[in-house]
Design a protein around this ligand. Structure first.
Ligand code: GLC
Length: 436
């Protein structure tokens, strides 16, 4: 039996919901939505703060309706969301007491965060805050190797960083976020880049920060980007599909959440065209759960405050699949070790219910063989319509002398007898096996 991943530390974090819910929405939203060419546009184009300010001056998301966002997420089968309270540009979505660079001072003039938190909570979703450690607006942050002005010699000469002051700002804003919006389920800091001309745990005062977080919200689930080994509740592979379950140095499985974009950018990017397809994304979700992980799937709303049509269509497509098949996702993780995965398939497993889910990424011709599973399954059905799937068990007795020439299956194999034609309207069909 596959053991569930352990808490990496006795942090008191409530990981039950996190490892059950599996699927969340990441939202990257800030003034970079107006540039519409990546949330790193300020650094990519080496803009100074004065130039970049045009986005702040024109930020007016008049169509913003977080209830629509929340409904879209929930209909897609997502159970939690993580919003960029502040990204690297430094712009804050809430009415922070510690800066003027915030939503309430844009033409829009209102706090964006509170209504979002309320809307998602009303939809029954968990609340997560992404918060950027990096800040390209704060005057005391200091120009370093990834700063927009890294190549500007004059700016570097004039720069007077005071990282202690910045750390205080970071801690104060964390306090605001963890005291003004009710219980926050998850905190997602981004990111550390220690070493020469970089920043890490001493700059953020990570240890003190974690203490503060645990004091204010003991249940909160915390990610791993504070450059403080031992503290994270989960790790965050980004923009790639882990080959196997991530482990610690001792080979023990870690709790993990893959974060992925729908296209190649986190922030709204008008002219980006590498959008992933619905079956591809479902495959990523399923593959992740089969390795014991979550998927945090990103949308980058526009400067008008809408989730753009491509993202909407994709999420609707995923929602159609989730409506019928989410049972193979929620509460599931990797399959027991002794189950071998049939060709072109992914297995997920619900330990409590003792149900094994076979996801068919490619539809075979009639027979799906599951090695060493004979005698272990009580009942089998296609998940989307609860139609029985007949089973055959290879006992070895029915094999004649030349069985090997016919490519017959070895004894102990369970064969699922599938219809010849792949069920219509199910991108990735799932067989649900009730184990004995
Ligand atoms: C990276 C990027 C950032 C994005 C994040 C999401 O660290 O800097 O733009 O927010 O990944 O995981």
């Amino acid at each position: 039996m596959a053991k569930p991943a352990k808490k990496t530390k006795k942090s008191g974090a409530d990981l039950k919901w996190f490892t059950r819910d599996r699927f969340g929405m990441f939202i990257h939203w800030g003034t970079y939505a107006l540039a519409a060419r990546h949330e790193w546009v300020k650094q990519n184009e080496e803009m100074d703060t004065k130039t970049y300010n045009k986005y702040f001056k024109h930020f007016d998301p008049d169509l913003y309706n977080p209830r629509e966002w929340a409904r879209l997420a929930s209909n897609a089968g997502m159970k939690y969301f993580v919003i960029t309270t502040k990204h690297h540009e430094g712009f804050c979505l809430w009415d922070s007491e510690y800066t003027k660079y915030k939503a309430t001072n844009t033409p829009y003039g209102k706090d964006l965060l509170k209504p979002m938190v309320d809307a998602f909570r009303e939809e029954g979703m968990r609340v997560g805050f992404y918060h950027s450690l990096i800040d390209w607006h704060h005057p005391k942050y200091g120009i370093d190797r990834i700063h927009p002005l890294r190549n500007d010699k004059k700016a570097r000469a004039k720069d007077k960083p005071k990282i202690k002051e910045y750390a205080e700002y970071l801690h104060n804003q964390t306090k605001e976020l963890l005291t003004q919006f009710g219980p926050i389920d998850l905190l997602w800091y981004d990111f550390s880049y220690p070493g020469k001309d970089g920043k890490g745990k001493d700059d953020w005062q990570s240890e003190k920060l974690v203490k503060l977080i645990r004091k204010l919200q003991p249940d909160i689930v915390l990610n791993n980007r504070l450059n403080l080994p031992g503290t994270p509740d989960f790790v965050t592979p980004e923009q790639y599909q882990p080959y196997c379950t991530p482990t610690d140095e001792k080979g023990r499985p870690l709790i993990w959440e893959g974060c992925q974009t729908l296209s190649g950018s986190w922030g709204y990017y008008r002219d980006e065209f590498t959008w992933k397809s619905v079956p591809q994304l479902l495959g990523m979700l399923i593959d992740g759960v089969s390795k014991g992980g979550n998927l945090l799937l990103n949308v980058g709303p526009t400067g008008r405050g809408e989730i753009d049509y491509r993202a909407q269509e994709t999420l609707k497509g995923m929602g159609e699949w989730m409506r019928y098949n989410s049972r193979s996702i929620y509460g599931c993780g990797s399959a027991p070790k002794n189950c071998t995965t049939p060709q072109d398939c992914r297995l997920t497993y619900n330990r409590k219910k003792k149900r094994l889910y076979v996801h068919l990424l490619a539809w075979p011709f009639k027979d799906l063989h599951m090695m060493k599973m004979a005698g272990k399954v009580e009942y089998a059905q296609l998940l989307h319509d609860a139609s029985e799937v007949k089973m055959e068990e290879a006992t070895g007795r029915n094999r004649n002398l030349h069985a090997h020439m016919r490519g017959q299956v070895p004894a102990g194999t369970l064969t699922l007898k599938l219809p010849v034609v792949k069920p219509k309207h199910v991108e990735i069909p799932v067989v649900e096996l009730f184990l004995k």
